[in-house]
Unconditional design. Structure first.
Length: 440
């Protein structure tokens, strides 16, 4: 494939930008995913969930040297209603696959009956960034393989939620151009290269969130601010439900965008998927407008002014989240997480092992667990740090897989005791305490 010297230099500079700062941190170096093809990836398959990897290579991968895809499917008899597809930027494949192990994304997927697919495409983003040059066809091959592996034939046809960072944002806009009928909603994190795409009216029905960091958004040749502004202007002129956010003080590789993306996707899911499974436009009686200068938000219904300069969001909740994100660069969780369940305590030699299960908070994941004995706090899992987190660069998850939900008491109670566990989300909100009575 031929590129001009100028464009080739742009790809090279964007690769450097994507990797220049905010690299993922890993509590345990052994959990750090490698940047090479994983020959025997760990597979987790239970009656509830499936986590596995699919690799394309050789003739199946004409758009890269090879491409790995991490897949999460909440396995069961329920028909899936969509897929969350997470596309990285230039060079970020070096960190491997992590987000299909992410308990927060898994909880989001279970809540909305979605599969999750994360990519790690090992090749030049100047090729795979164009869906029409093979990466879209590669995704279709992965969907077909995942359908066979899980028995969910609907994976091949259900619609998508898209996330794309940098060159992945460029790819996301290309998918919006080529596959608008398949997209529920899309989020672009510093999308690059300012494509001058012609979008259809079907594309103009897709809720789209565009985030950029202004003058701090990478090398100027990447044109990330221009991409956001020009795409916003073009699609808003078509009356599309598009919103734009400038994260002042952050940059191309630093954003808390996940905190905004999830409520945005949820708002779109509530309205876009009909009872038949077909996609439908947003309900005008529910949509809200937002002034990108004053951050004022208001209902679209009844507004008679010029809407083209205003962001348009699916509903009141997403508009309020947008306002908070635009002003503070993060959306804070307002609700407590669910309590742990299936709590057990069993004597193992000279220790008492406590184990439990817990669903991650959809809005803010799992920060830690507090352990109680007879109402008194006696421990924390993990002892320090976060149970599972994500970096604010490429949204990569660590540690992967998540630690075991277990705690060991070195002193076994000699008499009956109440053992309790509570979940603490990453915003510090606590669940109710789940208790059992241990009898020696």
């Amino acid at each position: 494939m031929k590129f001009t010297i100028k464009l080739a230099l742009t790809f090279a500079m964007l690769t450097a930008v994507c990797c220049q700062c905010g690299q993922p941190r890993y509590d345990n170096p052994d959990n750090k995913p490698g940047g090479k093809e994983q020959e025997n990836p760990e597979e987790i398959t239970t009656p509830v969930d499936s986590v596995f990897q699919i690799t394309l290579k050789d003739d199946d991968c004409n758009f890269a040297d090879w491409a790995d895809y991490g897949v999460y499917v909440p396995t069961g008899k329920r028909r899936l209603q969509g897929i969350l597809i997470l596309q990285h930027g230039c060079g970020m494949e070096q960190f491997g696959l992590t987000r299909h192990y992410d308990l927060q994304y898994q909880a989001f997927a279970r809540k909305w009956n979605l599969a999750v697919i994360e990519t790690a495409i090992h090749g030049t983003c100047g090729l795979w960034g164009y869906p029409e040059k093979g990466s879209a066809a590669g995704l279709e091959k992965v969907l077909a393989k995942a359908a066979v592996k899980t028995g969910h034939d609907e994976i091949i046809t259900v619609p998508w939620l898209l996330w794309g960072h940098s060159a992945g944002g460029f790819w996301t806009l290309g998918m919006l151009r080529d596959y608008p009928e398949r997209i529920i909603a899309a989020v672009c994190y510093s999308a690059a290269w300012d494509p001058d795409y012609a979008y259809t009216q079907t594309a103009a029905e897709v809720p789209l969130l565009l985030r950029h960091a202004g003058k701090d958004d990478g090398d100027p040749s990447s044109k990330c601010p221009e991409t956001a502004r020009h795409t916003f202007t073009k699609l808003r002129a078509m009356d599309a439900p598009v919103s734009i956010v400038l994260n002042n003080g952050q940059n191309h590789n630093l954003s808390f965008l996940r905190t905004m993306a999830i409520p945005f996707w949820e708002a779109a899911l509530k309205q876009r998927i009909s009872s038949s499974g077909a996609l439908q436009p947003l309900d005008r009686k529910q949509t809200w407008l937002a002034d990108t200068t004053t951050f004022e938000i208001f209902r679209e219904e009844g507004y008679s002014g010029d809407k083209t300069r205003l962001a348009r969001l699916p509903d009141e909740a997403s508009a309020k989240a947008w306002k908070e994100f635009a002003i503070t660069n993060v959306v804070t969780d307002k609700t407590a997480p669910a309590a742990p369940f299936d709590l057990t305590a069993a004597k193992l030699g000279e220790v008492l092992e406590i184990s439990w299960k817990a669903d991650a908070d959809v809005e803010s994941g799992i920060g830690s667990f507090n352990i109680y004995k007879d109402g008194s706090l006696i421990g924390r899992v993990p002892e320090s740090g976060v149970f599972q987190d994500y970096d604010r660069n490429g949204d990569n998850t660590y540690p992967v897989p998540a630690p075991a939900m277990k705690y060991r008491l070195t002193e076994v109670p000699s008499k009956s005791a109440r053992i309790g566990v509570e979940t603490v989300n990453r915003d510090g909100l606590k669940s109710s305490i789940t208790e059992i009575k241990y009898k020696p």
